[in-house]
Design a protein around this ligand. Sequence first.
Ligand code: AMP
Length: 187
Amino acid sequence: MKLVLLGGPGAGKGTQAAMMKNHYGIPHVSTGEILREARAGGTELGRKAAGYMDSGKLLPDDIILGIIEERVAKFGGGFLFDGFPRTIAQAEGLDAMLGRLGWALDAVVSIEVPDETVITRLLKRAEIEGRPDDNRETIANRLKVYYDQTEPLKAYYRKRGILRTVDGLGSVDEVFGRIRTILGGAG
Ligand code: AMP
């Protein structure tokens, strides 16, 4: 299966992506994780990414598309993108890459959670994981960036008939159950 997982900050994308990766046996690609690893490794990409990430801003589309381009051709059997695409330009870039490979997305799953829940969840994650971008100011910024730049992707994929929305409230297993139902007989 070729899937994209969409959702605002704190919607539970990373958690559900890990469940889906195990269940469907497809590689999981998180651009946020790739960038955090690059930072930890002190690479040039990591140094470039730091300022954007700490202020809750998106990295330029060409950098992100370069990261994906390096990896996508290796995923013949399927993949799950989490945190990518995040802008219309990235979605168009992905379409072009997949088109060159003769592939198409099977579904875009959007996990939907109210803003109040997101803020509580992210502040809790800040305590547990100590992610530098989980503070009140950055959270507000990331929410704004999500509504301005990423939410329009829902209309983009709805038009194509591949958008599936999932209620992200409830336990991890409940949400995962909804995702399995939505993706249908595929396991
Ligand atoms: P995430 O873990 O997906 O919330 O990503 C953490 C941060 O990495 C974001 O707030 C952005 O600064 C950056 N980032 C991750 N994915 C992307 C993307 N597809 N486009 C631009 N920036 C990204």
